[in-house]
Structure formats: structure tokens, C-alpha cells
Design a binder for this molecule. Structure first.
Ligand code: ARG
Length: 559
């Protein structure tokens, strides 16, 4: 087992250090490859070892590393032991490394890296991931897009690790905007437009009614009344609202499908209209709710009146707010799913909101509040299309597909594509999902397609057996070393819930593949060498595809 190397190093160390191997495994890491020099395969950081022990004196770690290295011996697995900056370095027997890594990649397939000892002892957890959560009739902005991408990634990764994941889309489907929409639809709505293009039409109505309401007090008043009717459960008003919601969800589902995203539950703020009232009662009964002179009700989280710690939970007319509904939703989800972890993915503008919600749950006596986590992200660039600022996700998807089709048209092989639209869509999505560095997403797709065509050209005839001795040039070794690290990258992403570790890993992998593609020829090489190289390329493609899929990208085979 590729990751088994760590265990076998840990066993040897355990004898010398008199610590159980389990405690050592996570201190041993695969060494990132370097362009400049040949590196060892694994290293043990003496520093991290000291963190494990109770020895806080921290004597010179360099001397410690040397002393430790002297006590260790090479064996059938480890062929060389050396020291670096506070580390003991291990080089694995080259043939063993090659054979083990390649066999493991092929054998484990989509599970490669996920079965690593880094994840051993991991029990199956119930995880709720709430993400995307756009507001009906309002813009689907870049924050919602990032939330969709990151949340989907987190859910994919947790699922791949064997956890039971529930994906929730918590729609902004309640509030004054529906008062405006209700009134606006009566004034400027068209049933046919609503049916054929709900998101667009509702947005148009919303924009128009907002303008009217600004000039005409009676429109504003009737919007207010409409919302009041909704809050009071008026059947007719609710029926119209329900229609807006249902049609919007239908359209959302269709668009998310294009993105390769699905949800187990379409929830929303509207679900918690009544439960919010229960939350208010509960808070009150615990003496946590304070009435203000304005007639609103607040919770003072600091206990000393510090205004930044005061959270309003009820308006003067008795209705709930965003935070109240989040309290009700969290409690409801606990009842329903009994989750071990709940993750909310939004832009970092909502950091304080979630801190306060979690803190309120805590003081209400829900000790599971500590199982709730907010994953914030920064939003850098806005979404723009040629028509200007983006309102609809579908416009972004269409535009990026068109752009990809135009790019691809200049490439010869595109003409032979069976379904250029679909390929353009997949490549475009890759670009959209990985917005970090220029065209990383496109580059990954390109690399995948290229590796795939290698296999197609040369077939799998060579693949049954291969000679490890044929993969000892530096380009091959770098690839093997990099493949060896995949489990650590997955582990890191699973800890901090950030996709960037995987993104940069795949980028490096693709660069390595490009170099190897240029130098490690297949065509004019003896069968033995060609076979071994094909094997290596196939392993690269497999890991590349695994990583892409976790990120939510469907790899293409041609482009
Ligand atoms: N609909 C909200 C917005 O667009 C995001 C909801 C985030 N989730 C939550 N439970 N508050 O800002």
C-alpha cells in the first residue's frame, strides 16, 4: 500500500522512540517535490514529535534529528536515511516505490488516497452541509456561486470519506421581498412568463415594483399588507407565494444540474415562520430575551450592553428576523438529522452572524452548538457578462460555454468532437469552478484529454505487466513522489475544508505530466519501456480525474 510506507517507517521509529506507531503516523509526511533537487520520499519532523511528547524543553532539534537518524536502520522498505532542517528523511527503495504506488492507484481507482492510514480510525459521521442558498427573485451573485462550488466540494469530499452527507439549500424565500413580489405580480406580472421563465420574470417584477414603491406610497403600503397577509397565513397570498417558490425551485434544479450539483433538501427561511415564534418563547422563558423601548426583542450576548453583541430577534410587529429563523432551522435540523457536524458555507460577510447564532444556541443550552461550523470565503471578482452585471447563473453558464466553443473552434481536433456543446460546457465549468489562477481549470481538462488520447492511441495491451526498472528517470520519480502525496492533500482539505490544496496539487500534477509527456516517449521506445510509461500516465490520469471530480468537475476525454 502506498500509504503503508508511512506505517512501516512509523513501526521502526516506534521501537526507537518507545511510542505507539499510531502516534507517529501523522508526523511522517511525504516530501513535496522540488524542481531544483532530488528529494527524499518521506520526512519526520522532529518538531511535531516534540509536540506529541511532554518534553517542552525543546533542545536543539537539529541535534535531535541527527541522533535519531543514527539509531535508525535501512531495511527492505527504506533504502536511505538522512537529515534535513529539523527532519529525518527517508528514501524508499525505488522499485518498491514504483510498484506499490502504481499498483495502488490502479487498484483503488476512485478510492485512491481515501483508504490511507491517515484516515484510519475515522468513524462514519452524519454531516449536514448547507450551501448555495440564493434568494428567490433577487440576484444569484458571485457569493452564491462560490458557496455552491465550495459547498459541493465539501459534500463530495465528506461523502468520499464515507460519511453520511445531507446537502441542504436554504433559500431566501421569505421576507418583505415577497410582499413586493405579491403586489408587483398583480400589477405587472404575466402568468405565461412566470411559467416559462420564472427566475427572470420574478426578478423583473421585483425590480419594477421596487421602483414604483419608491415613488408611490400606496404601492409600498400594499406590499407591506401583502407580506402581513403572508405572515398571518392568508391562504390566497400563500398560494401565490407557493407558486413563485415552486416554479423557481424547478428552474434552480435544472440549472444546478448543469453545474453537476444536487441537493437532498430545498429548505428555506419560510419553513421557520412558526418555529421562530417558538424560539422566541423559549428564549423568553429562559430570561434571555429583552424588550426594547422600540418594541423589538433582543439578546445581549455580552451581558453588559455592548452594542456590537446585541442581536435583534424580533421586530416591533412581532415578526422574526434572519437570525431568529437560523436558530429555528438549526434546532430543527438537529431534531431531524441528529448531525455530528453541520457546515454552513457563505461569504465572510456573514461571519459575525453565524458566530452570534452559534453563541445563542450555546446559551440556550444546546451544547451541540459546537458541532456547527461556518466556512467563510472571500469574494474577489464580480461576475460579469457582456451584457453587464450578472443576475442569473444561467447567463454565466451560457456565456462561458460560448466562449469555450469559440476557443475550441480554432483547434483542429474540436472538429471531430461528437458533442462540442457538451465538451465546451464541461471545460467551461472547470474554468468557472477553479477561478483561482487564470485558466487552471482549462489546463486540467486539457491534460486529462491528452492523457486519455495517449491511452487510446497506444491501447492497454502493454498494461498488464510492467517493469519498474524502466521508470527511474527523474521525471518519473517526481510523478511517483507526487502521487504518493495525494492522501495528505485530501487529508488537509478534509481538515480545513478548503479546496485550494487539491487545486494546487492537480496543477502540479498536470505540469509534471506535461514535462513527462515531452520527454518520456512511448512511440519509439522498446515495448517494456513504453508499457511502463503508459502505466505511469494512466495512473496520473486516474488521480487527476479523482481530484477533478471531487472539485465538481467532469473530466473530458477530448477537447
Ligand atoms: N440567503 C442568504 C444570502 O443570500 C444566505 C443563507 C445562508 N445560510 C443561512 N443559514 N443563513 O445571503
Amino acid at each position: 500500500m502506498a500509504s503503508g510506507f508511512r506505517r512501516s517507517i512509523a513501526c521502526q521509529l516506534s521501537r526507537v522512540l518507545d511510542l505507539p506507531p499510531e502516534n507517529l503516523i501523522k508526523s511522517i509526511s511525504a516530501v513535496p517535490i522540488s524542481r531544483k533537487e532530488e528529494v527524499a520520499d518521506f520526512q519526520l519532523s522532529v518538531d511535531s514529535l516534540l509536540e506529541n511528547s511532554n518534553d517542552h524543553s525543546r533542545p536543539d532539534i537539529q541535534a535531535q534529528a541527527m541522533r535519531l537518524a543514527e539509531k535508525l536502520k535501512c531495511d527492505t522498505v527504506v533504502s536511505e536515511i538522512s537529515t534535513g532542517q529539523g527532519t529525518v528523511n527517508f528514501k524508499i527503495n525505488r522499485e518498491l516505490l514504483t510498484k506499490t504506488v502504481l499498483q495502488q492507484v490502479i487498484k483503488d481507482g476512485s478510492k485512491y488516497g481515501l483508504k490511507s492510514e491517515l484516515f484510519s480510525g475515522l468513524s462514519q459521521k452524519k454531516i449536514v452541509v448547507e450551501f448555495s442558498s440564493p434568494n428567490v427573485a433577487k440576484k444569484f451573485h458571485v457569493g452564491h456561486l462560490r458557496s455552491t462550488i465550495i459547498g459541493n466540494f465539501i459534500a463530495n469530499l465528506k461523502e468520499a470519506l464515507g460519511h453520511q452527507v445531507t446537502r441542504i439549500n436554504y433559500l431566501g424565500d421569505w421576507g418583505m421581498q415577497f410582499g413586493l413580489l405579491g403586489t408587483g405580480f398583480q400589477l405587472f406580472g404575466y402568468e405565461e412568463k412566470l411559467q416559462s421563465n420564472p427566475l427572470q420574470h420574478l426578478f423583473e417584477v421585483y425590480v419594477q415594483v421596487n421602483k414604483e414603491a419608491a415613488d408611490d406610497k400606496s404601492v409600498a403600503k400594499s406590499a407591506h399588507e401583502f407580506f402581513q397577509r403572508l405572515e398571518l397565513g392568508d391562504v390566497q397570498a400563500l398560494a401565490l407565494w407557493q407558486k413563485f417558490r415552486d416554479l423557481s425551485i424547478e428552474e434552480y434544479i435544472r440549472i444546478y444540474k448543469r453545474l453537476g450539483v444536487h441537493f437532498d433538501e430545498y429548505s428555506g427561511e419560510s419553513f421557520y415562520r412558526e418555529k421562530s415564534q417558538e424560539v422566541l418563547k423559549l428564549l423568553d422563558s429562559k430570561g434571555l430575551l429583552q424588550k426594547t423601548i422600540k418594541g423589538t426583542a433582543v439578546v445581549d450576548l455580552s451581558g453588559n450592553g455592548d452594542p456590537s453583541s446585541i442581536c435583534t430577534l424580533m421586530r416591533s410587529d412581532g415578526t422574526s428576523l434572519y437570525a431568529t429563523r437560523d436558530l429555528a432551522a438549526a434546532i430543527d435540523r438537529m431534531d431531524k438529522y441528529n448531525f455530528d457536524t453541520m457546515i454552513y458555507v457563505t461569504d465572510k460577510g456573514q461571519k459575525k452572524h453565524f458566530q452570534q447564532v452559534f453563541q445563542m444556541l450555546q446559551i440556550m443550552g444546546y451544547d451541540w452548538a459546537e458541532r456547527c461550523h461556518h466556512v467563510p470565503f472571500g469574494v474577489v471578482q464580480g461576475m460579469k457578462t457582456r451584457r453587464g452585471d450578472v443576475t442569473f447563473l444561467e447567463d454565466v453558464l451560457n456565456e462561458i460555454r460560448l466562449r469555450m466553443l469559440q476557443n475550441m473552434a480554432s483547434v483542429k481536433t474540436t472538429k471531430e468532437l461528437e458533442n462540442p456543446q457538451e465538451t465546451a460546457e464541461r471545460v467551461g465549468l472547470a474554468a468557472l469552478i477553479i477561478q483561482s489562477r487564470g485558466d487552471t481549470g482549462v489546463f486540467l481538462q486539457y491534460t486529462h484529454a491528452r492523457l486519455h488520447s495517449l491511452e487510446e492511441t497506444f491501447g492497454c495491451g502493454y498494461l498488464n505487466d510492467f517493469n519498474t526498472a524502466c521508470l527511474q528517470e527523474p521525471q518519473s520519480v517526481s510523478i511517483l513522489q507526487h502521487l504518493l502525496r495525494f492522501d495528505e492533500v485530501l487529508y488537509r482539505s478534509s481538515q480545513d475544508l478548503q479546496p485550494r490544496h487539491i487545486v494546487s496539487y492537480l496543477l502540479t500534477l498536470s505540469h509534471l505530466a506535461a514535462v513527462a509527456h515531452k520527454t518520456l516517449h512511448i512511440k519509439d521506445s522498446p515495448p517494456e519501456v513504453a508499457g511502463a510509461r503508459l502505466h505511469l500516465f494512466r495512473a496520473v490520469r486516474s488521480v487527476l480525474a479523482n481530484g477533478m471530480k471531487l472539485l465538481g468537475i467532469t473530466p473530458v476525454c477530448r477537447m
